[in-house]
Design a protein. Structure first.
Length: 296
């Protein structure tokens, strides 16, 4: 049952206009990035501001995603929560959709033990036969999923891999050495994309890939072809972009760039996120002027 996840996956933003989801912009984004060559689309991740999207909106968004993708690439839906029962109910509800997997985040705020994390993801995995990517991002959730715990979970047939945003390079590299065959490790740390590929990583779930999409994909493809020098040359051009996109809370900077490029109708986020500072506006606009096409 284990599915192999690799390449450049896009945790797609959720465009808003006047407080409502802008489905026209959203569907335009999906077509744009599928045509650009991303390996898969991930709606309702934190980049998609999932904590501010209610159940009815999320159902409609998934339906629109499935229709817009139209089978061209896989869809993995983000699932989060700190009540295991509610997460399991969400996973069960998603069974009716034509999606290809789930991205399940570590429970936030209540900071469970490793035993609690193992039990949480075991219950989630038992609620579906779809492949699951575990999302480990301790600086958002307050708890780090240890490699030993993750490797124990990897024994479950539909725990297919991890979006690794541990923020600890030593932990990430140790995971790459220890993982079982067929278990995918995708980095969620955009700045570590090249490093993780060089050590055998399978790809990335990258908010930054909303911009210079084809360059991110080319880095992956050249690394897969063992052209490290070619990949490194391309990567050097992305290294100034990534810090700017995370200088203020994600996805505010990304949305600003997409709005400037005409790909979405507004840079609007939902509170408590607002808009980027005037100083970052200047920096990003200068950067955009040097980019022939956002998302190219």
């Amino acid at each position: 049952m284990r599915a192999r996840f690799s390449g450049v996956w896009l945790p797609i933003v959720t465009p808003f206009a006047g407080g409502e989801i802008d489905h026209t912009s959203y569907e335009r984004l999906i077509d744009h990035y599928v045509r650009a060559g991303v390996s898969g689309i991930i709606p309702l991740g934190t980049t998609g501001e999932s904590p501010t999207v209610d159940e009815a909106e999320s159902e409609k968004l998934i339906e629109r995603t499935v229709a817009a993708v139209n089978g061209r690439v896989p869809i993995v839906v983000g699932v989060s929560g700190n009540d295991t029962r509610k997460v399991v109910k969400t996973v069960t509800r998603l069974e009716r959709h034509r999606i290809d997997g789930l991205l399940a985040t570590c429970p936030y705020y209540n900071r469970p033990s490793q035993d609690g994390l193992r039990e949480h993801f075991t219950r989630v995995a038992e609620a579906t036969d779809r492949p699951i990517l575990i999302y480990n991002i301790p600086y958002r959730t307050g708890v780090n999923l240890a490699n030993d715990t993750l490797l124990a979970l990897a024994e479950l047939p539909n725990i297919a891999g991890v979006k690794d945003s541990s923020g600890d390079v030593a932990q990430s590299l140790a995971l790459l050495r220890q993982r079982p065959q067929g278990f995918s490790v995708l980095t969620g740390e955009d700045a570590y994309f090249y490093t993780m590929l060089a050590h055998g990583g399978d790809g990335g779930v990258l908010a930054s890939a909303h911009l210079e999409t084809k360059t991110f994909i080319a880095v992956y493809e050249r690394m897969a072809a063992n052209d490290h020098h070619g990949a490194r040359s391309l990567w050097s051009g992305l290294q100034t972009l990534i810090p700017l996109l995370f200088k203020e809370p994600n996805p505010m900077p990304v949305k600003h760039c997409l709005w400037r490029a005409g790909l979405i109708g507004s840079p609007e986020c939902r509170l408590p996120l607002t808009r980027i500072s005037p100083a970052l506006v200047r920096d990003l606009d200068e950067m955009i002027s040097d980019v022939a096409e956002v998302g190219r």
